[in-house]
Design a protein around this ligand. Sequence first.
Ligand code: C2E
Ligand code: MG
Ligand code: MG
Ligand code: MG
Length: 284
Amino acid sequence: EAATGLDGGLVRYDASLEQRLTQRATIAADLRRALTAGEFHLLYQPIVELPGGRMLGVESLVRWRQPDGRVVSPADFIPVAEDTGLIVELGAWILDTACAQTAAWRRAYGPDALRSVAVNVSARQLLDPALPEVVAAALARHGVPAAQLTIEITETAVFTGGRALATVHALSRLGVSIALDDFGTGHSSLGLLRTCPVDIIKVDKSFVDGLGGSPQQEAIAIALTGIADTMGLRTVAEGVETAEQARRLYELGYRQAQGFHFARPMPPAEIDAMLQQAQDRAAA
Ligand code: C2E
Ligand code: MG
Ligand code: MG
Ligand code: MG
């Protein structure tokens, strides 16, 4: 049964919480086996130019396909992988796989076909002092220039400890781009822009959702593009689902976006098809 919480909202502490805890324990036990068994794969979601929608780069997003065919969302297993520490190993596999895929795209469509490939890195990975070496090794192994890789971090992750910030600086020195993901949803987004070597701000979907509404709802999206411009940072608007949002973003000065309106996360072969089309168009 659900009970009414202090705020009047529903707090579920019953069977569903128990189920969730059981699910979490099951996931923890399964993760290591899953990594060895090759049950993870990466999807890639295009990041596009506004207003035309031309693909500039992609973000890699991990998926877990269990033996029964069920695909588990990273929102369900990344936190567990963080708790158990397996994220360090899984994260290294993700970096290597994304770099291998980037190298394959470079070979097939030329070094400039994709400006960047982004990889998400979680808080626990940033606490690992070896992360910059892991990134550098993945780039070197596949012959991918650092400039083509973007590492996406969250402000919360950077605040987990002093070492996390030092790691971000070390990553930045490698020449990879640093993107602050879900920007504006953490506690100290703006302050972080002064201490953290940031190249790209990914404006969170919650601010994109408010576009076309009241000036109050649009205020943050407007302010963020102004700050980014002043600081010489690039912005990517996340979670763009409608043509109206895309149009409004362009009007406000946004030049890069990502979201279901343009493309969903897709298997690498579908990105291949898009790159092939772009190449055919350029040759025509
Ligand atoms: P994120 O990095 O902010 O990734 C964007 C998420 O929003 C993705 O969910 C993507 O599928 C979803 N999305 C993209 N466009 C839209 C849209 O228009 N509407 C809506 N409603 N959603 C959209 P996904 O793939 O489920 O990933 C969720 C989160 O899990 C990611 O958020 C990221 O924090 C984490 N994650 C995913 N892959 C990795 C990974 O390889 N490593 C780590 N450490 N974390 C990852
Ligand atoms: Mg991301
Ligand atoms: Mg994001
Ligand atoms: Mg997000």
